[in-house]
Design a protein around this ligand. Structure first.
Ligand SMILES: *Cc1c(COP(=O)(O)O)cnc(C)c1O
Length: 422
């Protein structure tokens, strides 16, 4: 990909030949005061709204108005099994079998529910490894689980850290942690792709490493789902969780998802918190039964789910299905590669990219460390019509989402950044 050119004409030419360029039309692109498209590079935080979302939600509102409670069985898409409409596409996107995946609750809730099942500490083997730049919610969740089980939450968390003077975590250092302390470690929980650095960690390697040392291995795919192919079934982690409002474009606070590997599908020894939606579908409404758990991921469901949120997820997943996830990933590599090329071409000492340059070790996001940073550069960029985001202490995150961002977007972003730096 070394034949990139730093010109608008080149960027436009790439858009013309991009096989999934037409999908941009399926999204609402925010506009500036003059009505021009804003350069929106913030799909890592909140994905844009598909134009069809309103229609999908309206259909459910109409069926509710027309049918009332009968909609559970009589709606055009009956509400009772509605979540099943999401499963196949979601499973493809995370590389799982449909029985391993369910959409429910929100990310942190699902993380807790799966730790109830998969974090089973003993007196001596109880510690939890997370990456040092783990998302705060994950860190709080892990600490509160330790506390809940009666362990010291400071002592119980082991941080996998970058070395001094480095930004990224090295797998050798995780190997060393496990070689030294695996007798004490019960769970490894890693966020991939990392929300701060944009680093994608090797799921297979980490899983094998953890399992070799008799640790449970889970992943937080908040920044991975819809952005990389985590191949969950093949790579074999015990569980994973994600949200649907970042790269999955399903609306603010929309439902999350979870994965439980098939090998745990029918394990009667796993403890869990239960609710009626995890009960055998055939007898769920008999109401006076002993709990009869559904096999697979569905067995972790608690409640009948919010259909309006699921309608939004369906609208988005239909786009993924139509565009083809492989095509999306192929464009992602090229588009982010182009962004990287243009940023290098800036030759500005104040800006450096901390995200790995190997496309296999990242998704679409590049994290730019800004020297002598305060928010002002980011704020100038926003005024210039580029939505990115700022993460303390010194990072601007830019994430060209391949479904709706163009090569032109990427070109304009770097051109405006150049002006802001002058
Ligand atoms: C966005 C994000 C969350 C957010 O959690 P919610 O429960 O959906 O609010 C959690 N963890 C990571 C790594 C994230 O990137």
């Amino acid at each position: 990909m070394t034949n990139f050119k730093p010109t608008l004409a080149y960027a436009k030419e790439q858009d013309k030949h991009d096989p999934i360029n037409r999908f941009r039309e399926k999204f609402h692109i925010p506009k500036d005061k003059k009505g021009n498209d804003i350069v929106y590079l913030c799909g890592n935080s909140l994905g844009l709204q598909p134009k069809n979302t309103q229609k999908y939600i309206q259909e459910e509102l109409d069926d509710w108005a027309k049918l009332g409670v009968e909609g559970h069985t009589e709606a055009q898409h009956p509400w009772m099994p509605y979540h099943e409409l999401l499963t196949n596409t979601m499973a493809k996107i995370v590389g799982a079998k449909p029985s391993e995946v369910v959409m429910m609750n929100t990310l942190t809730t699902n993380l807790h529910l799966l730790m109830v099942s998969f974090y089973q500490p003993t007196k001596t083997k109880y510690k939890i490894v997370i990456e040092s730049d783990a998302f705060p919610s994950d860190k709080y969740a892990v600490e509160s689980q330790l506390d809940f089980h009666g362990f010291d939450k400071k002592e119980g968390v082991i941080l996998w850290k970058p070395r001094k003077g480095e930004d990224l975590c090295r797998i050798e250092d995780l190997e060393n942690i496990l070689a030294d302390q695996s007798d004490e470690i019960a769970l490894i929980l890693i966020g991939t792709t990392n929300y701060y650095t944009g680093q994608s960690f090797p799921i297979k390697e980490i899983t094998e490493l953890g399992h070799k040392h008799k640790c449970v291995v889970g992943f937080d795919l908040a920044h991975g789902a819809g952005n990389i192919q985590p191949d969950l079934h093949k790579n074999g982690p015990d569980f994973a969780v994600w949200c649907s409002y970042k790269y999955l474009n399903s609306g603010p606070g929309s439902l999350g998802g979870l994965f439980v590997h098939e090998r745990h599908a029918k394990n009667p020894k796993l403890k869990r918190f239960t609710g009626w939606w995890g009960h055998n579908k055939k007898t769920r409404f008999n109401m006076r039964q002993e709990f009869d758990v559904l096999p697979g991921a569905e067995g972790w469901q608690l409640s009948n789910p919010p259909i309006l949120s699921m309608a939004a997820i369906r609208a988005s997943l239909d786009i993924f299905e139509e565009a083809g996830f492989d095509n999306i990933l192929a464009k992602q590599k090229k588009l982010t590669g182009y962004l990287e090329f243009l940023l290098h071409d800036l030759k500005n000492d104040r800006i450096s990219i901390i995200t790995p340059s190997n496309p296999e070790e990242r998704g679409c996001q590049l994290s730019l460390a800004v020297q002598d940073a305060d928010r002002s550069l980011h704020d100038k960029l926003t005024k210039a019509g580029v939505i990115s985001d700022w993460r303390e202490p010194d990072v601007i995150r830019v994430a060209p989402a391949p479904l709706y961002n163009s090569f032109e977007d990427v070109f304009l972003m770097v051109e405006r950044l150049k002006k802001c730096l002058e």
